[in-house]
Write a protein of this length. Structure first.
Ligand code: GLU
Length: 287
């Protein structure tokens, strides 16, 4: 197995923009410099937002940028049986519970009893107040087509860790970053691991897919870094290895705002149509 295997994992929910180009080129350059592998993963688990035409556009844009990948791309929509197996295993360990709360329910429960208090936010959105936690008998059969949350307190009890650490290499040296188990309860809470409208969730699939692809180095934006502690916890729970992480800086627009998918003006396809070259794109992102 290569010592350095990394991946680029775009969601086919819109055009790739300069920020994606930077992330993909950086990971690709690192893999090539290390004599390792660069893999592609299409994060199309959210079937309500993913479109085949955006997936085609991803392959086209990356190829135009001069990026090559070393294996067939992995598509999350082909991986549902793996996600299901992991969810069943967690359910059988009584670490999941079904949740019927809407965002509005959560906001209402979080701001009570002090009227007007703001609900607390963690890396997975509003921190869940636990309304549904004790409502279902976890010895019943696996609930199909329901949102499932991880009982964070019980999950922590199921690991033998008091903190969750990973190696961050974006500063050019090894930095060990840790989150305590206590912080996981207060600052993260009971995250959603399977959604009602589709099986699985970003956090679950990303850790299963990184392990399935043998990823040793995750290169991705700093915007996702707050979620990494969740991924390390899930790797522990599921007996998967924790890769090394490199969370790179973000490409911003002239107002300092992070680029969004809907920002068509900075789409790779738009620059291409304007006659820019792949080297122009490299210069624009500082590579
Ligand atoms: N699919 C995610 C995105 O497009 C990337 C997730 C990751 O690299 O872990 O933002």
């Amino acid at each position: 197995m290569a010592d350095f295997i990394t991946r680029f994992a775009p969601s086919p929910t819109g055009p790739l923009h300069l920020g994606h180009a930077y992330s993909a080129l950086l990971a690709h350059d690192m893999a090539r410099a290390a004599g390792g592998k660069f893999l592609l993963r299409v994060e199309d688990i959210d079937s309500t937002r993913s479109r085949p035409e955006w997936e085609d556009q991803i392959y086209e844009d990356l190829t135009w940028l001069g990026i090559t990948w070393d294996e067939e791309p992995l598509r999350q929509s082909d991986r549902l049986s793996d996600y299901k197996r992991a969810l069943h295993a967690l359910w059988n360990r009584a670490l999941l519970y079904p949740c019927t709360c809407t965002r509005r329910d959560i906001a209402a429960a979080s701001s009570a009893p002090q009227e007007g208090a703001e609900p607390a936010f963690g890396p997975d959105g509003m921190i869940y107040p636990g309304t549904c936690r004790a409502k279902t008998d976890r010895n019943l059969g696996f609930p199909e087509h329901e949102a499932l949350r991880l009982d964070m307190q019980d999950a922590l009890g199921a690991t033998d860790r008091s903190e969750f650490c990973y190696n961050e290499q974006s500063s050019g040296k090894d930095e060990i970053l840790c989150t305590s188990a206590q912080n996981m309860v207060h600052d993260v809470g009971d995250i959603v691991l399977s959604r009602r409208d589709f099986l699985g969730s970003y956090h679950l699939s990303v850790v299963l897919d990184d392990a399935a692809q043998g990823v040793t180095h995750v290169v991705r934006g700093k915007d996702i870094q707050p979620a990494t502690q969740i991924h390390v916890l899930l790797q522990n729970l599921l007996g998967l290895p924790t890769p090394i992480y490199h969370h790179h800086g973000l490409i911003r627009d002239e107002n300092g705002k992070r680029l969004a998918k809907r920002d068509d003006a900075r789409a790779i396809a738009t620059y291409r149509a304007e006659g820019k070259s792949p080297d122009d794109i490299r210069r624009m992102v500082g590579l």
